[in-house]
Design a protein around this ligand. Structure first.
Ligand code: HEC
Ligand code: HEC
Length: 184
């Protein structure tokens, strides 16, 4: 007999707990769930509003309003054409006309110097690094690459097809020295 009453009490408690759970779920449910889902931010095409060379200087957000999300632009394609680009001024580090994927440059090895060291340049038909790369800060020439020029990518970058991000009015010294023509 006593056991039966216990079972009824347990069953009633269970039903009560279920009711409390349903009530809590109904009352506590966020009321604007559907509205939020409808206005979920749609990523904005950042490239669509970006016009290279048109004075656009918002290189970070590319015109996308701060309260909206922009698509990241596609990664630039590295050119591997073996074509040297003109240097804009005499002391510009030339851009790298080949890919450098997987070329290790760290404390233990410098992959670039495999081809660009003076001694190896003829084997690989690569231009040897210039004398400046062997000079220390007191302008003394060292036998091996100067620590100041060890990490090549500090100054040299690969060539890519990336559009100009920030418009500028840089003029090469040759065009500055030459008198303006009738066309200009
Ligand atoms: C397998 C050999 C090899 C390796 C390794 C190599 N290069 Fe080159 N590099 C060349 C050759 C050959 C050229 C000449 C142009 C060409 O054929 O692409 C060249 C050209 C260059 C130029 C252009 C020089 C100029 O006067 O315009 C730069 C800068 C350069 N390399 C930098 C680097 C850097 C930085 C690394 C390492 C991240 C590197 N290279 C690794 C072979 C190599
Ligand atoms: C601190 C900046 C800097 C670093 C680091 C540097 N370079 Fe240069 N590099 C230059 C500059 C500037 C020039 C052009 C003027 C000159 O020759 O000094 C140049 C020129 C070159 C050239 C063309 C040489 C020629 O005679 O036309 C090659 C090839 C080159 N660097 C390769 C390398 C390699 C390989 C490394 C890494 C071992 C490296 N550079 C590290 C700044 C740097």
């Amino acid at each position: 007999m006593q056991n039966k009453q216990l079972w009824i009490a347990v069953a009633l408690t269970g039903v009560l707990m279920a009711l409390v759970f349903v009530a809590g779920w109904l009352v506590g449910r966020p009321k604007h769930v559907d509205a939020v889902a409808d206005t979920a931010p749609v990523p904005v095409e950042a490239r669509a509003v970006f016009i290279p060379g048109a004075g656009q200087i918002d290189a970070l957000r590319r015109g996308v309003p701060v309260d909206q999300e922009g698509h990241p632009p596609p990664l630039a394609h590295v050119e591997n054409a073996d074509l040297k680009r003109a240097r804009a001024y005499p002391m510009q580090p030339p851009t790298i006309p080949h890919t450098i994927d997987g070329y290790q440059v760290d404390r233990n090895s410098n992959r670039c110097m495999l081809c660009h060291a003076r001694a190896n340049a003829s084997t690989f038909q690569a231009p040897p690094v210039s004398v400046t790369h062997y000079m220390d800060r007191d302008d003394q020439f060292l036998a091996t690459i100067s620590p100041r020029r060890y990490f090549c990518n500090q100054c040299h970058v690969v060539q890519t097809d990336a559009p100009v991000l920030v418009a500028n009015q840089f003029r090469d010294i040759d065009s500055v020295l030459s008198p303006p023509t009738a066309k200009e």
